[in-house]
Design a protein around this ligand. Structure first.
Ligand code: ADP
Length: 450
């Protein structure tokens, strides 16, 4: 970036100086040439008005006396038929008729004429100015025009030295300017952007980096916490299993206890397997950006199937499940949606009271396809309603463990909702019960058939 800014400034400075110099030279040249021409014109006008007072013979005498030895200017007097009467630099006998020369023709017609051309007599670029004298003759003054160009070229060496000095100064200034521009950028601490004094134009970019840093730090923290929690959660059932197994191996367990120890080992192993299943599911969802194998599925059909699978467990605690709904189509992954419905109804069973009630609805609402699961269970304190979706967060740890919870069910539900652009909402009252609402985007009739 430093290089780009520095080079841009240098190129700009060099071009600006070169263009300015060229234009100054051009203006100088034009001005000087115009000045030269003006001087010749006024000289001719003065001479012509002097000659008007005399006869042609007298005028020729005057010209002989005044210009025969002049070298800086060529003076010619031409008769109205084009024949040359006087020329201070050439022998008039050798000169052809001048009536065809444009400046002479113009002077005869309009009173004056001018032209710049290469003189056949002298082989130089000459400015010719002709003016008509009252007796019909034409007085022409000619002077080489290379003076302006010569003088302009004369200043070139000085101009070159000045240009080199200006370029050197421009290079130095561009280096300083680049350093000044880059200083605030170089001083940014990418890990601590909040207080940085920086250009307004760069602020959105830096804010974006700051947000990304924050998100990265947050994800890293969650990942570390999750790893610590997983280790802890795995350790507890394994310690229990290992303890009972050791007692049996060492012969410390009485024969009557062996079956009880065995069933405890079995229960803890099941919990362990459930935990591992949930962890695998979560990490699979973590890696996934959106839904794989999306299809149009009937939410009510999945719900009815899930209720059927959980009915037996519910009945064991005297819990009744009531269902209402109608075919409701959503776009998603059937397995994931089945898991979501299962986790919600399973929680409604686990955290319900003995002989409680569960009311499930799956159907179209004005804002989308809705699934709601309402129970008459222990409820969730208001301050916990947001946190229950965190990994391993349980309102009552011992209760959750007693009912075989892993603390991951609702995290999985939240993840599945996110994949399906679904919204989730909790309404709960401690001691009375909980309702969880999930609203999926509706699928239009056109999509259902496709
Ligand atoms: P768990 O495996 O412990 O059930 P979840 O992630 O499914 O984990 O739920 C997190 C916590 O939210 C549970 O431990 C429980 O305290 C609370 N919870 C979830 N659903 C309900 C419910 N229907 N009624 C009361 N509390 C609930």
């Amino acid at each position: 970036m430093r290089k780009v800014i520095n080079n841009t400034l240098r190129i700009f400075a060099i071009s600006a100086v070169l263009v300015t110099t060229l234009l100054v030279f051009l203006a100088y040249y034009v001005q000087f040439t115009l000045g030269e021409h003006n001087e010749i014109r006024s000289r001719a006008a003065v001479m012509a008005s002097c000659l008007e007072n005399y006869t042609t013979e007298r005028a020729l005498d005057i010209l002989h006396n005044a210009y025969d030895k002049a070298t800086d200017v060529r003076v010619t007097l031409i008769a109205d038929d084009g024949s040359v009467l006087y020329d201070n630099e050439a022998d008039i006998q050798s000169l052809e008729n001048h009536s065809e020369r444009p400046e002479i023709t113009m002077a005869i017609e309009k009173g004056e004429g001018e032209r710049v051309r290469r003189s056949r007599t002298f082989g130089k670029r000459i400015y010719y100015y002709a003016v008509k004298v009252k007796d019909g003759t034409v007085l022409r003054i000619a002077q080489p025009t290379g003076v302006a160009a010569g003088m302009t070229m004369g200043v070139l060496p000085i101009a070159a030295v000045i240009l080199i000095a200006v370029f050197a100064a421009a290079f130095y200034i561009s280096k300083c300017l680049t350093r000044n521009i880059m200083e605030p950028i170089n001083s940014i601490d990418i890990n601590n952007i909040s207080g940085a004094e920086i250009y307004d134009e760069l602020k959105p970019f830096l804010e974006c980096i700051a947000d990304e840093n924050e998100e990265r730090a947050r994800t890293e923290k969650i990942r570390r916490e999750f790893t610590a929690n997983v280790s802890h959660e795995l350790k507890t059932p394994l310690t229990t299993i290992s303890g009972y197994a050791q007692m049996i191996t060492n012969g410390m367990a009485k024969p009557d206890d062996i079956s009880e120890f065995g069933s405890k080992i079995e229960k803890e192993s099941e919990r362990l397997l459930q935990l591992i299943d949930d962890i695998i599911n979560l990490s699979r969802l973590d890696e996934q950006n959106g839904i794989e194998d999306a299809e149009i599925v009937d939410l009510s059909h999945i719900t009815v199937e899930t209720i059927r699978a959980l009915e037996k467990t519910a009945k064991e605690r005297g819990i009744q499940i009531y269902y209402s709904g109608a075919p409701t189509y959503i776009k998603g992954n059937a397995t994931l949606i089945g898991e979501l419905v299962y986790n919600l109804i399973d929680n409604a069973v686990k955290y319900n009271k003995e002989n409680g009630k569960i009311t499930v609805f799956a159907g179209e609402r004005s804002d989308g396809a809705e699934l709601s699961v309402k129970d008459t269970g222990i409820g969730i304190p208001e301050e916990d309603t947001e946190r229950i979706f965190e990994r391993f967060y349980r309102v009552d740890k011992s209760h959750s463990k007693k009912v075989g919870g892993t603390g991951l069910g609702l995290s999985i539900v939240k993840h599945i909702c996110a994949c399906h652009n679904a919204k989730i909402r909790v309404k709960s009252e401690v001691g009375k019960g909980t309702t969880i609402y999930v609203t999926f985007p509706s699928v239009s009739a056109k999509n259902q058939t496709s």
